[in-house]
Design a protein around this ligand. Structure first.
Ligand code: IVH
Length: 675
């Protein structure tokens, strides 16, 4: 397809503007346009590239939104090993580090050090050739890492091209991390959608970088701070660590320049350490220490390295945020599935600036592991942003008055008997009328990822239960304005708003209702899978075990849980009441044909006659499945020009390979047997 000249020019201009504004925003922290103006430019670029896919280049700003999924991570060797750091835990260790350096150099002159923050994230290497990002990799074992280029391209703070004056070849190292505010937001979102939350920003970062689908990485708030070099091919190389960081910044890379401290000698380093420690809680991200580096590159070279760590740098670890306190009591919480979890109530204690009075005890295996008793002295730790953890019990401090924490035999909320399944870690309340379960089920049903009933939060649900107005989620739909008027602090406007929000949820898509019902093991994703496959609640209820098991991603555990749900008369009554109350989810589009039924397709390379998502839609419309990666289960690979590793893998596995024309032909004739 020929591309009109004016389109080419427009495309090049959009790329230039997007690279420029990205640098202003991330590299210089001085944006000139708003986020929505940036997004408008990006949308224009995406539209042009959709119409003229030949214009897509690996470093087009369009790649920020994430390219198609990979089938695996390629190993990549670092041209210079990515070293690790030795640790110093106290003043003595630091002084010894300085003394060792002086001994090695045979001089007693004071050494100038650069103090940097030790960011708590994931180390990566970026390789730029002629100013263009060529590839990115994780540290791995220091010699070989995993290639994560497509994921790195989605991180706004990683420039896809460097500023003029950058070296011909530059290998740069840095820490990818997540700031605390976006991390909390991400976890909140995941909680709403019924997904597992991340324990701390570092885990969230590592998980986000290791995604085979770069579009997922693109949705995670990652950023980077650069701190070191690999190989560099430049006219002039920097002479010191500080000069190097300044240069990296000039070349367009993100460096935490404002939080560096140059120290004339080791005494000054110790002062900076105290300052970094004091600032730690005010920072918008987690740091777990301070890195001290000999500033002069000439001295660094002279000092060299030991097997895995340089002699010229050390990490001064911060003391963990731990304190000693006492376990006052254990409260039992009942979740919506009836799971009973123990929560520790502690004598309030200040753990580096934050008062801590509760900690999670997780389950009775954990109680046994810690050997914890009420009245025990213990150590709590605040790591990352999470609820504090009990690290250990000071059993030597016991005086004999401590009391064991027995596993409950009845539910603390309703008194029903509880039971613990063989491979379960917590007991569960089975009481159908349990108010604690009911409250949590309603909260989940109304949550944003489920039926999205705005305004139906804790306070309202508490009152609904107190006034005995709801006994199941179905009762929400028969509430009247008069019912709400019985609440404390309830005006006409709020009551009407709530009723309207409840009414609006009657026609949410099936997957939302299915997720909202809180069936064990059926989270937001599987609810979607099941809705697509079965189309209606009735179909799902009547589906045979075999039909369920044939559904991709549905295993025996989910099937058992679905069957248990649909054979419980109480649940069937609730479903009937929901239907009677007019809760009619939009049916999910069912396949329109069966040409591709049971067949798995993968699309790769540049497609010109239709977009990848259009191709995938055609497959799904005809009962097939589109996957992101090639495996033994793949039936067809639809490959356009430029197809790479997926094509070779499909050839290796003997999978039928089609070009666009072949795919369309197959769609028209529906003859999948002959291929
Ligand atoms: S320098 C030879 N500088 O800490 C130099 N590392 O424990 C090696 N880190 O793998 C690393 N902030 O992931 C360096 N300012 C900083 C750092 C830093 C965080 C991480 C990095 C490294 C680990 C070593």
């Amino acid at each position: 397809m020929t591309i009109p000249e004016d389109i080419r020019t427009k495309h090049a201009e959009l790329c230039r503007q997007l690279h420029y504004h990205s640098h202003l925003y991330h590299g210089l922290n001085a944006p000139q346009i708003s986020d929505s103006e940036y997004d408008q430019l990006l949308q224009q670029l995406l539209k042009i590239e959709q119409d003229y896919p030949a214009l897509i280049t690996p470093n087009s700003p369009s790649q920020r939104v994430g390219s198609s999924p990979l089938s695996g991570f390629r190993q990549i060797a670092h041209s210079r090993p990515m070293l690790s750091l030795e640790n110093a835990f106290n003043e003595e260790d630091l002084r010894e580090f300085d003394a060792r350096i002086k001994r090695f150099l045979g001089s007693n002159d004071p050494i100038e050090y650069l103090c940097e923050m030790k960011l708590d994230g994931v180390a990566i290497e970026l390789v730029y050739q002629d100013g263009q990002l060529q590839h990115a990799s994780t540290r791995g074992d220091g010699l070989t890492g995993e290639e994560i280029t497509a994921n790195a391209r989605t991180i706004g703070a990683i420039p896809l091209q460097l500023q003029p004056g950058a070296p011909r070849r530059l290998e740069v190292r840095g820490e990818v991390y997540m700031e605390l505010a976006p991390f909390r937001q991400l976890n909140g979102q995941r909680r709403n959608e019924g997904e597992k939350t991340f324990a701390n920003p570092r885990n969230a970062t590592a998980g986000s970088l290791r995604q085979l689908d770069p579009r997922i990485t693109a949705s995670r708030p990652l950023t980077i701070s650069c701190y070191g070099l690999g190989e560099i091919d430049a006219e002039q190389t920097p002479n010191s660590q500080l000069e190097m960081l300044q240069k990296l910044h000039d070349w367009g890379l993100r460096v935490n320049l404002e939080r560096l401290a140059l120290a004339a000698d080791i005494d000054a380093v110790l002062e900076h350490y105290q300052q970094f420690l004091a600032e730690r809680d005010q920072l918008p991200f987690e740091i777990d220490g301070m890195v001290v580096k000999v500033n002069s590159f000439a001295l660094q070279q002279e000092l060299g390295e030991k097997s895995r760590t340089p002699r010229w740098a050390i990490a001064c670890k911060f003391p963990p945020r731990q304190e000693q306190t006492r376990l006052l009591d254990v409260q039992l919480q009942v979740g919506r599935t009836g799971a009973i979890t123990p929560v520790a109530h502690l004598e309030p204690v200040n753990v580096s600036g934050v008062m801590v009075s509760r900690a999670s005890l997780h389950n009775w295996d954990e109680i046994e592991r810690l050997d914890i008793r009420i009245g025990d002295q213990l150590i709590v730790e605040r790591a990352g942003d999470v609820i504090p953890d009990i690290v250990k019990v000071l059993t030597e401090k016991r005086d004999g008055s401590e009391k064991a924490i027995p596993e409950p035999t009845s539910c603390p909320a309703c008194g029903s008997p509880v039971s613990r399944g063989e491979d379960e870690v917590v007991p569960r309340c089975q009481g159908l009328a349990c108010p604690a379960r009911l409250k949590e089920s309603i909260k989940h049903f109304a949550s944003r990822g489920a039926m999205d009933i705005e305004g139906l939060g804790d306070r309202i649900i508490d009152q609904l239960l107190r006034l005995n107005l709801v006994h199941s989620v179905a009762d929400l739909y028969t509430l009247t304005k008069e019912d709400f008027f019985r609440f404390e602090r309830m005006g006409e406007v709020l009551a009407e708003k709530l009723l309207a929000a409840i009414a609006a949820s009657r026609h949410r898509p099936l997957e939302k209702l299915l997720f909202g019902l809180g069936i064990r093991h059926v989270g937001a994703h599987l609810a979607k899978v099941l809705s697509r496959r079965f189309g209606s609640l009735d179909n799902l209820r009547q589906a045979s075990r075999e039909a369920l098991l044939e559904t991709h991603e549905i295993g025996p555990q989910v099937v058992e849980s679905l069957q248990a749900f649909f054979t419980d008369q109480h649940n069937l009554d609730v479903l009937q009441q929901l239907e009677a109350a007019g809760v009619k989810p939009e049916e999910t589009a069912q396949p329109q044909g069966t040409i591709f039924s049971g067949k798995v397709f993968v699309f790769t390379g540049k497609l010109e006659r239709f977009s990848r998502s259009q191709g995938q839609e055609l497959v799904e419309q005809q009962g097939g499945r589109a996957s992101g990666s090639v495996s033994k289960k793949t039936d067809y690979l639809v490959a356009g020009p430029g197809a790479g590793s997926k094509l070779s893998k499909a050839e290796e596995l003997g999978i039928t390979i089609l070009d666009e024309e072949g795919f369309l032909q197959l769609f028209k004739t529906g003859n999948t047997e002959e291929q």
